[in-house]
Design a protein around this ligand. Structure first.
Ligand code: GDP
Ligand code: IMO
Ligand code: MG
Length: 428
């Protein structure tokens, strides 16, 4: 048994897609278990760039199965567009599988996401507007539409009718909205259902059968630990469990079946959307990181907020996810930056603390305390431990000694090739 998970250790966009693509070589099946098309996972292979939203980031590899698990919320039109785009670029998607129990994002979810953000005004969350929160609300409220419904026309029609009548009551009274046309949605979505039907499977059964055949699974997290609906900076979070617990609920694979959990962290920190971010930089250094690191959202194009690496938050991520390894990405972005800062504790109302307070107003009052270490000049051309500058090696050692977890992978450029693997989690 050799199953590995990749989890965002920060606020998302850590470079998970790149790490998943890299490790797919050693895996048989890649599984997305939460999130939806709020995710934007960028892969660069031989200079060609792909942004994966719903399809697992293993799809560029031949003979690997990619499965969308029950914990994901699917926008079927977005999914079909993504499939078509890959096919157009010469990457067939025949090996895609979708769990029948996966929930579907409906047009009213997308619209409600936007309306709710408008209603929040200054207290907005800064969502991606993809209908994620409302779709998960429907799921937890037991009025969701699942892929099984979508691909069975009679079942779909009945459910849609019951649900949209209630949705319309709600949007008419709360938003003065004209309501949604059931027939129009039915016509559009039953076509999507027909198109995705051949990919639909009993997801958990399939995965567990494959595990019993000793196949290797790679779980691909979306978003990051600090955006987890239970363990993140609530309410400035996404609406799913982005942390390790979400792997099991979102795939139907038990915790006893997962051997390694790798947290991905940038060599610094970014965040898109609203909410607290203790190490955020508002100066020239922050601007430099944003421009050198091309820190603009892969889904919405919004500039990402940038700051120093927050080791307190990273250690929290180690605890919540039980990380067994860390992948550090975008180290090249800090080339030549001079002294590098790392937050090693917070000051909260004059008291020094070394944990992430879960009461939001307390976290908002946390001021970071930094340690400074010498930066490296350049990582260009580095291929292995020996060729890394000593300052980079020190940076890695510092992270390892603070978190108590080994750095398995170092990424020094967007391309698949620009990676140094100290330890491959599939290879024991
Ligand atoms: P994800 O959502 O966690 O998969 O990350 P994103 O794809 O949203 O954001 C990461 C961005 O950084 C993408 O544009 C990647 O191509 C890029 N990237 C990943 N690793 C590296 C790296 O080591 N160096 C540089 N310069 N860019 C990287
Ligand atoms: P990947 O998988 C970074 C953020 C949004 C917003 C909050 C809630 O590419 O790392 P949502 O649309 O999910 O209801 O928005 O979460 N967010 C992300 N930030 N990377 C992501 O995904 C994100 N997905 C959602 O900006 O603050
Ligand atoms: Mg992203």
């Amino acid at each position: 048994m050799n199953n590995v998970a990749i989890i965002g250790a920060q606020w998302g966009d850590e470079g998970k897609g790149k790490i998943v693509d890299l490790l797919t070589d050693s895996a048989d099946i890649v599984v997305r278990f939460q999130g939806g098309s709020n995710a934007g996972h960028t892969l660069v292979v031989n200079g060609e760039k792909f942004i994966f939203k719903l399809i697992p980031s293993g799809m560029l590899h031949k003979n690997k199965i990619c499965l969308i698990g029950p914990g994901v919320v699917i926008d079927p039109k977005g999914l079909l567009d993504e499939m078509a785009n890959l096919e157009k670029h010469g990457y067939p998607v025949d090996s895609l599988k979708i769990s029948g129990t996966t929930h579907v994002i409906m047009p009213y979810h997308r619209e409600m996401d936007v309306l709710l953000e408008q209603k929040r005004g200054a207290k907005k969350i800064g969502t991606t507007g993809r209908g994620i929160g409302p779709a998960y609300e429907s799921k937890i409220g037991r009025r969701g539409i699942r892929v099984w419904d979508l691909i069975n026309p009679e079942q779909f029609k009945q459910k849609l009718m019951d649900i949209v009548i209630d949705v319309n009551d709600y949007v008419k009274s709360v938003f003065n909205h004209k309501g949604f046309d059931i027939d129009k949605i039915y016509d559009e979505y039953s076509v999507y259902g027909e198109k995705i039907k051949k990919y639909v499977v009993e997801g958990p059964l399939f995965l567990n059968n494959e595990i019993n055949k000793n196949k290797k699974l790679l779980f691909e997290g979306a978003q990051g630990t600090m955006l987890d609906v239970d363990h993140g900076t609530y309410p400035f979070v996404t609406s799913s469990n982005t942390t390790a617990g979400g792997i099991c609920t979102g795939s139907g694979v038990a915790p006893t079946k997962i051997n390694e959990i790798i947290g991905v962290s940038k060599a610094y920190t970014t965040r898109v959307g609203e909410g607290p971010f203790p190490t955020e930089l508002f100066d020239e250094t922050g601007n430099k990181i944003r421009s050198v690191g091309a820190e603009f959202g892969s889904v919405t194009g919004r500039p990402r907020r940038c700051g120093w690496l927050d080791l307190v938050a990273l250690k929290y991520s180690v605890m919540i996810n039980g990380l067994t390894g860390i992948a550090i990405t975008k180290a090249d972005v800090l080339d030549g930056i001079g002294k590098i800062k790392l937050a090693t504790s917070y000051s909260l109302d004059g008291k020094k603390i070394d944990y992430v307070p879960s009461n939001l107003p307390e976290f908002e009052r946390c001021k970071p305390n930094f340690e400074e270490i010498e930066g490296w000049k350049t990582l260009t051309g580095a291929k292995d431990t020996q060729s890394l500058p000593k300052e980079m090696k020190n940076y890695i050692k510092y992270i390892e000694s603070y978190t108590g977890v080994k750095v398995y992978i170092l990424s020094i450029g967007a391309d698949r090739e620009q990676t140094i693997v100290f330890k491959n989690p599939f290879k024991g």
